[in-house]
Design a protein around this ligand. Structure first.
Ligand SMILES: [Fe+2]
Length: 156
């Protein structure tokens, strides 16, 4: 495929795609964690958390799609294998998380980690001429902020 000639230099395009792929790996991991907790959460708050995790999984699935498509639109290839995702993600593995309190706290921590990354990305020089990518990142930040709030407000 030819690189897109959209006014972004090849170097900036590569840098944008690398950054978006790191973010995509994190979104994939958080989406999977959230679905796993939807299935395995137990306790007196089971039903509300079961529903909350499912609705957050649906939103994260939309974000995965948007970030993956942004990589393609920027001339790159999105990460799409488990080994690539594991290699690129900065998020913590969930291992033996079994209580609803620990699930909420891990998900919250990971939303906050993604928000910090997105904020750093927005300050990258390579994005100066890519407002369409900045808009996507700003929307993403707002979505994570809302999901983080719901998790924070669910903490006991
Ligand atoms: Fe379900």
């Amino acid at each position: 495929m030819k690189p897109p000639y959209t006014g972004i230099s090849i170097a900036d395009g590569i840098s944008i795609c690398d950054a978006l792929n790191g973010l995509l790996a994190d979104e994939f991991v958080l989406m999977t964690q959230t679905k796993f907790f939807h299935w395995t959460v137990e306790g007196p708050d089971f039903y509300s958390l079961h529903l909350l995790f499912d609705s957050q999984h649906a939103k994260l699935s939309e974000l995965v799609d948007l970030v993956g498509e942004a990589v393609v639109q920027s001339g790159g290839t999105p990460v799409g294998t488990n080994s690539q995702i594991v290699e690129l993600t900065q998020l913590k593995e969930y291992g033996a998380v079994t209580t609803s309190v620990a699930m909420i706290s891990l998900l919250l921590e990971n939303h906050e980690a993604i928000m910090r990354s997105v904020r750093s990305l927005l300050a990258e020089k390579s994005l100066e001429k890519a407002p369409e990518v900045c808009t996507l990142l700003e929307d993403l930040l707002a979505d994570h902020s809302k999901m983080a709030w719901f998790l924070r407000a669910s903490q006991s």
